[in-house]
Design a protein around this ligand. Structure first.
Ligand code: PXP
Length: 246
């Protein structure tokens, strides 16, 4: 099966809109766990626009499935991550002016820095994934810097405007998975995935984890977090069974 990572940043975004204590992303993570989330993901951004240091500290001590910390390569965040010891980190590029993570990480242009960082995390028993575009050079560079996994950026696929475009971008992702597996990387996928466009990803990509935030939390506003997570788990299961011809 494919594991589902649920990103609870948006719960913290609502809390920060009023600079108050509710809704609490830590509670959200517990309820997502009840709904069947295999992984809880948070992004501790340098500007702390949603997740706060306190959230990471509490989640590190209370998530017994798997905690995946998305983070940039800044020294401050690296030190916090090494102390918090999440199960996995996913390195992402970060720009202050962006609404959400835009492109993938350029591994080719930061090879030295990434090699050192990946080693540091691995030495501390933290599994390292790199969020990258489905680009051959970036995939090969990810393996060269020692990462264990990559998360392929599915944003372009998610934003496709026609069926033809979507099929073509799915093929690009498929080729990305093939190249990554050839060089021994684990492969995850995420960004922009919804209840409508996740099915083909499950059926056609040989991946280990799917990471979804916005769509699940949006549905949770109406049906609750537990139900929204369970519905996505069921959708993944259904398409996984189709893939296996079961
Ligand atoms: N994966 C990564 C690396 C991300 O940065 C994000 C956004 O926080 C996601 C997945 C989830 O994206 P979305 O909120 O569009 O589902």
């Amino acid at each position: 099966m494919i594991d589902l990572g649920v990103n609870v940043d948006h719960v913290a975004t609502i809390r920060q809109a009023r600079m108050t204590y509710e809704p609490d992303p830590v509670t959200a993570a517990g309820i997502a766990d009840l709904g069947g989330a295999d992984i809880i993901t948070i992004h501790l951004r340098e500007d702390r626009r949603h997740i706060q240091d306190r959230d990471l500290e509490l989640l590190s001590g209370t998530i017994f499935t798997k905690l995946n910390l998305e983070m940039a390569t800044s020294q401050e965040i690296v030190e916090i991550a090494l102390k918090a010891k999440p199960n996995q980190i996913t390195l992402v590029p970060e720009k202050r002016e962006e609404i959400t993570t835009e492109g993938g990480l350029s591994v080719t242009s930061h090879k030295r820095l990434l090699t050192d960082l990946v080693k540091k995390f691995k030495d501390n028993n933290i599994y390292v994934s790199l969020f990258i575009d489905p680009d051959k050079e970036q995939i090969i560079a990810s393996s060269e810097v020692g990462a264990q996994s990559i998360e392929l950026h599915t944003g372009s696929y998610a934003n496709a405007e026609t069926k033809e475009q979507s099929a073509r971008l799915l093929d690009v992702l498929k080729e990305g998975v093939r190249i990554a597996q050839d060089v021994g990387l684990g492969v995850n996928a995420g960004h922009g995935l919804t209840y409508k466009n996740t099915g083909p990803i499950v059926e056609q990509l040989d991946i280990e984890e799917i990471h979804i935030g916005h769509s699940i939390i949006s549905r949770a506003v109406f049906v609750g977090i537990e139900c929204a997570v369970r519905e996505m788990k069921e959708l993944i299961y259904k398409h996984y069974m189709i893939k296996q011809n079961l």
